[in-house]
Ligand binder design. Structure first.
Ligand SMILES: C[S@@+](CC[C@H](N)C(=O)[O-])C[C@H]1O[C@@H](n2cnc3c(N)ncnc32)[C@H](O)[C@@H]1O
Length: 273
């Protein structure tokens, strides 16, 4: 199952080279890249960098914080936090190709000293107890059936009082998800929790729930704008095609329906360990 999830995302260990070529073709100087230049590709979740910054605002981050990013993807959220707060961020992700690209891309923008990425599984974290000051996970649990293990592990590695911020896609009341979607081409690797299940999963892992934020309406607008942009400029406007492939436009159109018909919701949870 882990292999199938990783290969859904990418098997290409040269992903960073493809992204670099694309940036160059778009007129970017590779020696002067900024995190903003990467944001269209490396913030791989609904509502992009804005959503990452929104999460970070409630994480009580300081320059000496050490943050864990569970399911760190191409490393965009980790770099955004490291740049804005001066903190250190360690990312873990099932997909080796993403960890390799995340490491290369961090060096491009001079953040290689403050972020690190390693391959691993969210349900069995390779870290000691009470190691991190805060943790986040963005659009990852949709691929994980054993969410109880994932959240228990997050709590184990957090220091008491540390904030855990979760931003995920949940099952709505509007019916079954239409596939393909960016996290799965069919239901076999998709495991969405409902909002009620999320509350009991997080409290079952020992977290105290501080705040819940539903961003479904804004997510609907995000996909409407993305599909309108693709209709105007073609799918090549979306750099996620490098790993999601040629069916990305279909995924985006399905997401408009999934979110408009409330088959899915996007919700953030802020908890304390
Ligand atoms: C949609 S991407 C989100 C990446 C990143 N959080 C972001 O927002 O840019 C989902 C990520 O979850 C990772 N993932 C899925 N299942 C995982 C697991 N069991 N452990 C760690 N990472 C996992 C995938 O490899 C992929 O990188």
């Amino acid at each position: 199952m882990s292999d199938r999830i990783a290969s859904h995302y990418s098997d290409n260990l040269h992903l960073a080279d493809l992204i670099a070529k694309d940036l160059q073709a778009a007129g970017k100087d590779l020696n002067r890249l900024t995190t903003a230049d990467l944001a269209m590709v490396d913030e791989f979740h609904i509502r992009g960098r804005k959503a990452t910054l929104e999460l970070a605002e409630r994480m009580k981050l300081k320059a000496d914080s050490h943050v864990l990013d569970i399911g760190s993807g191409l490393g965009g959220p980790a770099r955004t936090l490291a740049e804005k707060y001066g903190c250190r961020v360690s990312g873990i992700d099932l997909t080796q190709a993403f960890c390799t690209a995340a490491t290369a891309m961090s060096a491009w923008v001079g953040l290689g000293e403050r972020v690190d990425f390693r391959q691993g599984d969210a349900t069995s974290l390779p870290f000691a107890d009470k190691q991190f000051d805060a943790a986040m996970t963005i659009h990852v649990a949709m691929n994980i059936a054993a969410k109880d293990k994932m959240y228990t592990e997050a709590r184990r590695v957090l220091k008491p009082g540390g904030i855990f911020a979760v931003y995920d896609v949940l099952q709505g009341k509007g019916g079954d998800v239409l596939y393909p979607v960016p996290w799965a081409r069919d239901p076999s690797i998709s495991h969405l929790a409902t909002p009620d299940e999320m509350k009991s999963l997080l409290s079952g892992a020992g977290f105290e729930l501080l705040h819940i934020q539903d961003s479904t309406e804004e997510s609907q607008r995000f996909f409407e704008q993305l599909t309108a942009q693709m209709a105007k400029t073609g799918a090549s406007a979306v750099a996620w095609r490098f790993f999601l492939g040629d069916d990305f436009p279909v995924m985006a159109r399905n997401q408009v329906r999934n979110v408009t018909e409330r088959r899915i919701r996007t919700v953030s949870y802020f908890c304390v360990a």
